[in-house]
Design a protein. Structure first.
Lengths: 508, 496
């Protein structure tokens, strides 16, 4: 099936449209079935994926608006493949574990549309198609936060929408500028990324364009000064909203850096290493400290999630194979782990309708299964070896060590800080005596919750012990990209930094 | 003794006049019908008007590009054909909105439909000529008919709107007349192509620049009124509010398309001549218009006023494309309006179906935001459709206006105005807030009043029109390509 990507993108959308007809009582089963099929399709994609090929596969290209160079152009490589599978997996698990009962049909339909946009972002190779899915993903999320969220939901959802929308419009101007440059060089209009890769910009222009794309992506990640929307979004969103937001939507930003900024502007990216590393480290440490001070369990997870996004950013701007592969792997692990943690917080919220840490204590004796899974996920979030969090974090730090040992040490403290606040959550919520009488009656995980969490636990441990099947294709594509960047870079400085990584790789 | 003038009928090329004559004849037929039989229902007039417009459309499609006719005052070039097509299509969408389930004052008069056709003919004259006098006649015919149509709505604020619009329109007409007079004084001609020739020769004469400058100021002011550009936009929200919702939607598209065509002819000429000053003023006006109108729209309590300010802001957005004076820029103007037309008329039609005889929700406004609170529970399809229109207006892809937006922005980037594209982007972000506000009310809030009252005015024809607008909005991605190539070909053929 050569057009499997189109099927992957539009299957959920068609299912969403048809979903309007499904009876309310059956909507949930419908949604889970559709998400399962979608997940199986994405697995099929994985099995038919040629692991040794570092380039784009399953490419589809249909001219859509040839006059201005827009085409329906899709493809997948090692970098996007696993993010795509993670997307379909988290949508499925999120939907299966969902406890929402109000307007369930609307929720299912919205989630299916959201899935379309998310898959679309990761397979689009035409800038306008990418932008289209990128913007469109805001609408279902706005509705999810706004309709099922907490008391401040409207404020949170609008803030989320406007923040991202503003950033991406600046990015759009950047895209239009590149398209025009491409036109003035070649005489052909094109928004295809693979065409754009061929452009070599002068250094100053690279910096400006890098800045335009940076604003769009950094708001989505969210990078440090632009992160203020995320506590609201997470704080007010329903569990499913937080799961998808943390697991997939934030990855769009980091994926954008890997897909657009690095290969198109290698020199600007190298110049941006220092400032971005500083921002990332501020982000890592500062949000870790905020996380420590939170009273609300969900906010702890939310800030820790931002903190870990800092590690991912650091890895991307290490500019070497270890760093970037590690950070793509970390995107996957962050998606699964933080998604699972939000689901776990949702579990306790459903039972007690509070997320305040002070309300809990000694839960381990009342809800042993819950405590065990929570513990595993916490350890994975902290980056304990043999969990999925470890390889990514390790590779990122290894990669960045070659760029700057001091910054790496600073970032390494985040693991300690992470351990501090995470263990604090563990201690306060699960250990010690049961202080609150209400907690005594709490039921342990029911079968729905257990069975949606067990696969995640299995993946976390599997990829923690043996990350190779995932890491290898990622590494292939990343190395190809770095090789390409090295050839394309115009300044010696950039060539040095990118080369450095290659020579060390060969020395091993 | 005067020698008789010999004019052969072929040289008149009367076919260039056919579209306008069809509309005028149609208007007369309606008046005659009313004379014969007083009891005819409005539905007959509506359908008759649609049919006449249909013939009109056919006759426009049959015109050959780049012809002159009728003593060379008629100019049938690419932009006059595409703008006439747009005027007629918008009118054909607009007029069936009269078929509401409730009775409204204006539609009980057949004169409404006759006036409407005269107005269409006026706009057609306006775009199909480069003779300043004929343009003036076109403007005035259309405007006078339009003032009356507004006043026929028979409400206190529609009289206010009509008088306000009339006063401002008269002022604009005066400016236009004075500007044309200065142009005539400078060049001895009122035909724009001759004016351009003469001015090109005389550009370097000392002391003449001030007069050229003066003529451009006067004409610019006249069209700033017509296009509701800052600082001449203040009439627009009140007029839109006073007019019936469909007419307000119509006013945000059709008169502006016509005025843009004339602006392209006049100011394009000035910019071509190298009067850089005109470009700067147009750019400044457009930036101010889109920004200030957006900020004003943020604080409106009434959806119709919000849409009025949003239309002003969109006009400012497009005005920027005019300043570029490139084929891409001019294509952008038409593309934008062709897409905006469906979405905006659809949005105003959605207001129309929720129109009540009395103000049930607010003493001051017809369509306060509260009215739409919880619409998703009352009328799910209506809420979804309205949300689509709002997202489209906000420029969310893949809905129609987004493609117009990126085309305008691309045109700006192509001409080296990256800063302009960034301002456009930021303005779209500001605008997103007030469109979202309505979506939030519809989807995320609970209804304030009894359930049955919102979709008060709905009827099958209205639903059909809204359905058409929705399809045009959602499926834009599939017809953009032929639309762009058609517009681009027509515009480059006529040399703009």
């Amino acid at each position: 099936m050569d057009n499997i990507l189109s099927v992957l993108v539009f299957f959920p959308a068609v299912a969403g449209l048809l979903g309007f007809v499904i009876d309310k009582e059956s909507a949930r089963a419908y949604g889970i079935t559709v998400a399962t099929i979608e997940f199986l399709l994405s697995l099929w994609l994985w099995f038919s994926f040629d692991m040794s090929d570092a380039g784009m596969q399953f490419v589809e290209s249909i001219p859509l608006i040839p006059n201005i160079g827009i085409s329906y152009y899709m493809g997948v490589d090692g970098i996007s493949l696993f993010i795509l599978i993670m997307t379909t997996l988290m949508t499925l698990i999120g939907m299966a574990s969902m406890s929402v009962t109000k307007n369930i049909k609307n929720m299912i339909v919205t989630l299916l549309f959201l899935e379309m946009t998310m898959v679309g972002v990761f397979v689009a190779l035409d800038a306008i198609i990418f932008y289209l899915f990128w913007e469109l993903s805001l609408v279902p999320m706005l509705y999810i936060i706004g309709a099922w969220g907490g008391p401040l939901r409207v404020y949170a959802s609008i803030k989320f929408f406007l923040y991202t929308f503003t950033g991406s419009l600046i990015m759009l101007v950047g895209m239009l500028f590149i398209a025009y440059t491409y036109y003035s060089v070649t005489g052909i209009w094109s928004f295809a990324l693979t065409d754009w890769y061929m452009l070599v910009f002068p250094k100053s222009m690279q910096l400006w364009l890098f800045a335009a794309f940076f604003i769009g992506f950094a708001i989505k990640v969210p990078m440090f000064p632009f992160h203020t929307w995320i506590p609201y979004a997470h704080g007010q969103a329903p569990t499913i909203g937080s799961v998808i937001l943390a697991a997939v939507l934030l990855k769009m930003g980091t994926y954008g850096f890997v897909r657009f900024s690095l290969p198109m502007f290698p020199d600007a990216s190298v110049m941006a290493i220092a400032p971005i590393a500083v921002i990332s480290i501020i982000m890592v440490i500062y949000t870790a400290m905020i996380a420590y001070a939170q009273k609300d369990m969900k906010q702890v997870i939310a800030y820790s999630s931002v903190s870990h996004m800092g590690i991912i950013m650091l890895g991307i701007f290490a500019m070497n194979a270890e760093g970037i592969s590690g950070s793509v792997f970390q995107m996957l692990s962050h998606g699964i782990v933080s998604g699972a943690l939000f689901m776990l917080v949702g579990v306790i919220y459903d039972r007690r309708h509070t997320k305040l840490l002070s309300e809990f204590g000694g839960l381990a004796s009342v809800m042993p299964k819950y405590a065990v899974i929570f513990g595993i996920m916490l350890m994975a979030a902290v980056g304990l070896p043999l969990t999925m969090g470890f390889p990514g974090e390790f590779l990122v730090l290894l990669g960045f060590y070659k760029v700057s040992p001091i910054m790496t040490i600073l970032a390494g403290t985040s693991i300690i800080l992470g351990a501090v606040y995470m263990l604090r959550v563990m201690k306060k919520a699960f250990f010690g005596p049961v202080t609150n009488k209400e907690n005594l009656k709490l039921k342990d995980l029911n079968s729905r919750e257990t069975w949606s969490l067990i696969p995640l636990v299995a993946i976390v441990i599997w990829l923690g012990i043996y990350p190779k099947p995932v890491l290898e294709p990622i590494d292939n594509s990343v190395k190809a990209m770095l090789h390409f960047m090295d050839e394309k870079a115009i300044t010696q400085e950039a060539k040095d930094i990118i080369k450095l990584s290659k020579s060390t790789k060969e020395a091993k | 003794m005067l020698t008789p003038i010999n004019v052969s009928l072929e040289s008149l090329n009367l076919i260039t006049l056919a579209p306008m004559l069809i509309a005028i004849a149609g208007g007369l037929v309606i008046l005659v019908l009313d004379l014969i039989n007083k009891k005819l229902d409005k539905s007959l007039y509506v359908m008759l008007t649609v049919l006449i417009l249909f013939i009109d459309l056919g006759s426009v499609l049959g015109l050959t590009v780049n012809e002159r006719g009728f003593f060379d005052v008629m100019l049938i070039d690419g932009i006059s054909i595409i703008s006439q097509l747009m005027l007629i299509v918008a009118s054909m969408i607009f007029i069936p909105l009269a078929l509401t389930s409730k009775r409204f004052h204006e539609y009980s008069y057949p004169e409404f439909f006759a006036l409407f056709l005269f107005m269409v003919a006026g706009f057609q004259f306006m775009v199909a000529s480069d003779n300043l006098i004929l343009i003036f006649v076109g403007i005035e015919t259309a405007s006078l008919a339009l003032y009356t149509l507004i006043a026929l709505h028979n409400r206190v604020n529609s009289y206010e709107a009509a008088v306000k619009y009339f006063t401002m329109g008269a002022l604009a007409a005066a400016f236009f007349a004075m500007g044309s007079a200065v142009v005539y004084a400078l060049t001895g001609s009122i035909e724009l192509y001759k004016v351009a020739e003469v001015l090109a020769v005389r550009m370097n004469e000392t002391g003449l620049m001030i007069a050229i400058f003066g003529s451009s100021v006067l004409l610019l002011v006249a069209f700033a009124f017509k296009l509701s550009l800052f600082p001449f936009h203040t009439w627009a929200p009140d007029v839109y509010e006073g007019a019936s919702a469909p007419l307000a939607g119509y006013m945000s598209v059709v008169p502006k398309v016509a005025a843009f065509v004339v602006s392209i002819r006049i100011f394009g000429m000035y910019i071509d001549l190298g009067v850089e000053w005109v470009r700067i003023v147009i750019l400044a006006m457009s930036v101010l218009t889109m920004t200030l109108a957006n900020i004003m729209a943020l604080v409106q309590n009434d959806v119709k006023r919000m849409l009025a300010y949003s239309s002003i802001s969109h006009a400012g957005f497009i005005m920027a494309a005019l300043a570029l004076n490139t084929t891409d820029g001019n294509t952008a103007i038409f593309l934008y309006y062709a897409l905006f037309m469906f979405t905006n008329l659809g949005a105003f039609a959605m207001l129309w179906i929720s129109r009540h005889k009395k103000r049930r929700f607010n003493a001051r406004y017809d369509h306060p935001y509260e009215k739409f609170a919880g619409l998703i529970n009352i009328m799910p399809m209506g809420a979804v459709v309205m949300a689509l229109f709002m997202l489209s207006l906000a420029g969310v892809p893949p809905f129609s206006v987004f493609w117009g937006k990126i085309y305008v922005m691309q045109a700006a980037v192509n001409s080296g105005y990256v800063w302009l594209a960034i301002i456009m982007g930021l303005n779209s972000a500001i605008a997103a807030y007030y469109y979202l506000k309505l979506i939030v009310y519809m989807f995320l809030k609970d209804p304030v009043k009894d359930v049955d009252t919102v979709y008060y005015n709905i009827s099958k024809p209205l639903m059909a029109i809204i359905g058409l607008a929705t399809i045009a909005t959602v499926t834009a991605i599939f017809y953009i390509q032929p639309l762009i190539s058609y517009l681009h070909d027509m515009i480059s053929m006529s040399g703009y």
